[in-house]
Write a protein that binds this ligand. Sequence first.
Ligand SMILES: Cc1cc2nc3c(=O)[nH]c(=O)nc-3n(C[C@H](O)[C@H](O)[C@H](O)COP(=O)(O)OP(=O)(O)OC[C@H]3O[C@@H](n4cnc5c(N)ncnc54)[C@H](O)[C@@H]3O)c2cc1C
Length: 472
Amino acid sequence: MSSVLRSSILHHFQSLHMIGVRTLTSERVGFAPVGSHELRDPVPPALLAFKDPRAFQVKSWWELIRALGVFRLCSYPVLVNNCGKIMSFTRAILGKRVFAMVLRPFVYAQFVAGETESEIAVSMEKMNSLGLHPMLAVPIEEDLGESSGEKRYDDNLAAMLECVRMSHSNGWSKDPMMQLKITALVSPELCVKLTSLLKKQHYDLDLLVRAMDGEAITFPGLSETENTHFLLGLKRLNQIGEASVNKVRVLVDAEYTYMNPALSLITMAMMKKFNRDSAWIWNTYQCYLKESRDLVFDAIRLSVDQSFCLGVKLVRGAYMDKERKLAKKEGRADPIHQSWEHTNDSYNGSLEVMLNLISQQPDHYKIIVATHNEESVRKAVTWMTELGIARDRGSVCFGQLLGMCDHVSLTLAQQGFSVYKSVPYGSVDDTLPYLVRRAQENRTVLQGIRKERDLLRQELRRRVREKITRAK
Ligand SMILES: Cc1cc2nc3c(=O)[nH]c(=O)nc-3n(C[C@H](O)[C@H](O)[C@H](O)COP(=O)(O)OP(=O)(O)OC[C@H]3O[C@@H](n4cnc5c(N)ncnc54)[C@H](O)[C@@H]3O)c2cc1C
């Protein structure tokens, strides 16, 4: 990054600390959406405590009981650690159909929107009525050793293009976003190879852009077969870009460190091609990585140098256990921050940098604060007020996963913020790996889930008391 830009960002970063966090005093009760004239008012601190069980008033009895049951199950480490094996075993005993029937109303319904477009539409309309936006995700999970021929990637492309269409062509899809996994369209093996090549050589973004446009580029370091697959993969990604520009913002997922540099290179090339006037393609930054702050700064520099708009999905990171195990096995230094507190500092630091930039150039920089962490959400909301960033213009959005931390999502939406729920969809079979990861992640999102369980219980107790009083 140019030293001028870095020092200007650091200056703003420091000045934010000097401003300090303002103490807000007004209190609002109730869950009616705020009026447009109130969008500039500070959010009452009582609401930012996310302690009001009324956020769950919109849920049915069954939804409350189901959520409590699922979170309870996720609290048993033995179940969570072995849930992949348990699910495969149960599926083998019960058979595919009965297994799907058992899972559908319970774990599946908690975390997945449905299988058919009409099922998805029901979930999305409900979400829309609560002021939440959908961020559809095709849960295709590919890792090393699982990749297959071009046909499989072309099928994945068709599924992704369908996701683009569904995201923007329905009544419920206002300002839509969707998630994209590059490894669904380019083999993980190639991404690993590119990542190792990137340590030794530089690939110009223009080279990738020209390949996306159909030019037969020869990429140094790749074999003929790898080169052919890369060209096909880039063309597939180009189709996604062309289908989504001016319609759907495409948020590219971050995956494992052994392939992330390649994923970022490809994403930056897509940004260069499609983000001339606005951010349609976004990249993800995992703040549990020690190098995450540098990666955010590098992206900012590149977006300035190469004149494209930068969209950032800021997450803590989902692959901590595997990353650590792998580093230990290979005798490398752990790429993950040494503690949750360090990850939090890293997350909040990058958040602060991005919000400062957005306050100056809201059309050039965008962020989705993709977290269930209440402290980070509180900081984002407070800094947005301090910096005068509009809640409803889409420069800053919030993101949570479907079925998780609804007390945070609903409170933010009610206060006029843009809130997206990451919504996977597909058959029980297709979403199983995603469900396993969800269960495992619920173990790490400790605070948020414990709080959600307490609030769900409070809301259930309130309803039971109300029933008893009415019956008397
Ligand atoms: C909309 C959305 C999109 C997402 N997209 C991606 C994606 O593309 N790629 C991806 O990797 N993840 C993604 N995630 C998942 C995300 O990275 C986190 O795993 C998840 O959100 C939990 O983090 P948190 O900030 O919500 O919660 P918190 O409970 O505050 O934090 C839990 C997280 O902190 C970190 N952590 C926990 N313990 C330690 C420790 N001992 N040392 C260091 N760090 C620790 C881990 O990252 C853990 O997941 C996404 C999440 C959302 C909501």
